[in-house]
Design a protein around this ligand. Structure first.
Ligand SMILES: NC(=O)c1ccc[n+]([C@@H]2O[C@H](COP(=O)([O-])OP(=O)(O)OC[C@H]3O[C@@H](n4cnc5c(N)ncnc54)[C@H](OP(=O)(O)O)[C@@H]3O)[C@@H](O)[C@H]2O)c1
Length: 326
């Protein structure tokens, strides 16, 4: 019989709620503990989502010997601190994106995982989605020839509020780490690390970037044009352009993939899933633990470090500074 794992949530906010609803779909996941800075928030969250225990501090939760896996869902600026807290208490960690604020922090997290011989993975859920897996299948098949160009956008209009996570510089604000990371992920996954990066960013008087356009150049001549913004909305599409056609997907996960081959269109379906998609990464973590792994073979820590190194390079080119993390 499959081992059942006790999951704990660290930071009871918006994404933790969505993640918990998907966790309920997994028979080997036990919704064990909710940990918040406030006991009331932890109790409300635990009652609403069905966690057995509620803790009014993150420290109390990691002190509980029965916690197996912690899902870290705090703002990016706390990911290093909270990951170290959990790993140093030998709790397996699934930590939200952006994995940290910069690559120095990611390296510390990787070292802590190795020193404690304890599992660590970035919660980059996209890599487990059937839509993404199907895109990868098409790329690898070379049915459309070589991949030459990627265009990928992620935008939504977020009202300016310097106290909220998206615009609070102390919490790692800006569109880049919050949503620009997705188009960058796509470019890294399919084309690797770029050798040339050019950017244009809009930086507000508070120091927070709210829109950015990035151009990536690759040694084989491939290119990516990537954007993110809290200032406007768009269709939020990703287009992979090949020698003999293209594939196009919307960020909405249920949409089929549009494939154009030699000028003719067709739609490509992929497997459906029962949750919002977060159950796939959670299930993968437990599969890794079943196999005594401390790192995912699907989303290795070297990939997360590469991703953060690109984010660092983009920030350098664009002049985006996080005062307490640079
Ligand atoms: N994978 C995805 O699809 C996805 C989607 C959205 C967000 N995310 C990522 O998930 C993380 C959290 O995003 P979210 O939208 O869930 O944020 P959120 O609603 O603001 O929740 C963050 C939680 O972190 C805790 N926290 C600890 N210190 C804090 C501080 N100083 N200020 C504010 N909150 C603090 C709070 O929980 P307590 O008060 O309970 O301690 C808060 O509820 C971010 O890194 C974000 O990039 C991922």
């Amino acid at each position: 019989m499959a081992k059942k794992y006790n999951w704990a949530i660290l930071g009871c906010g918006k994404i933790a709620r969505k993640f918990s609803n998907d966790l309920k779909l997994l028979p080997n996941a036990n919704l064990y503990a909710a940990a918040s800075r406030s006991l009331k928030n932890a109790k409300d969250f635990a009652n609403e989502l069905g966690y057995e225990k509620a803790f009014g501090s993150y420290q109390e939760m990691v002190n509980d010997p029965d916690v197996d896996i912690v899902y870290i869902a705090t703002p990016h600026s706390f990911h290093l601190e909270h990951t170290l807290l959990c790993l140093n208490h030998k709790k397996a960690v699934l930590c939200e994106k952006a994995f940290a604020m910069n690559s120095k922090e990611v390296k510390k997290m990787i070292s802590a995982s190795k020193e404690n011989n304890t599992f660590l993975m970035e919660a980059f859920w996209t890599i487990f989605q059937p839509q993404f897996l199907k895109m990868n299948e098409i790329v690898k098949s070379k049915e459309l020839g070589d991949l030459k160009f990627i265009k990928s956008d992620f935008m939504f209009n977020a009202e300016f509020d310097p106290n909220k996570r998206l615009y609070n510089i102390d919490l790692g604000a800006g569109s880049l780490l919050d949503i620009g990371i997705y188009p960058i992920f796509t470019s890294l996954f399919f084309l690797g690390k770029p050798f040339k990066i050019k950017t244009i960013a809009n930086i507000r008087s508070t120091g927070v970037e709210d829109s950015i356009t990035m151009l990536f150049g690759y040694k084989n001549g491939a290119m990516s044009v990537l954007t993110s913004s809290f200032e406007s909305s768009c269709k939020n599409e990703t287009e992979l352009c090949f020698e003999n056609g293209f594939i196009k997907v919307e960020r909405k996960l249920a949409e089929p993939i549009l494939m154009n081959k030699n000028g003719s269109d067709q739609f490509v379906d992929y497997d459906t899933i029962s949750g919002e998609g977060y159950e796939l990464e959670a299930s993968h973590v437990m599969e890794c633990l079943d196999n005594d792994l401390i790192e995912s073979p699907v989303l290795p820590l070297s990939f997360s470090l590469d991703l953060m190194e690109i984010l660092d390079a983009v920030r350098k080119d664009a002049g985006i500074i996080f005062p307490n993390h640079d």
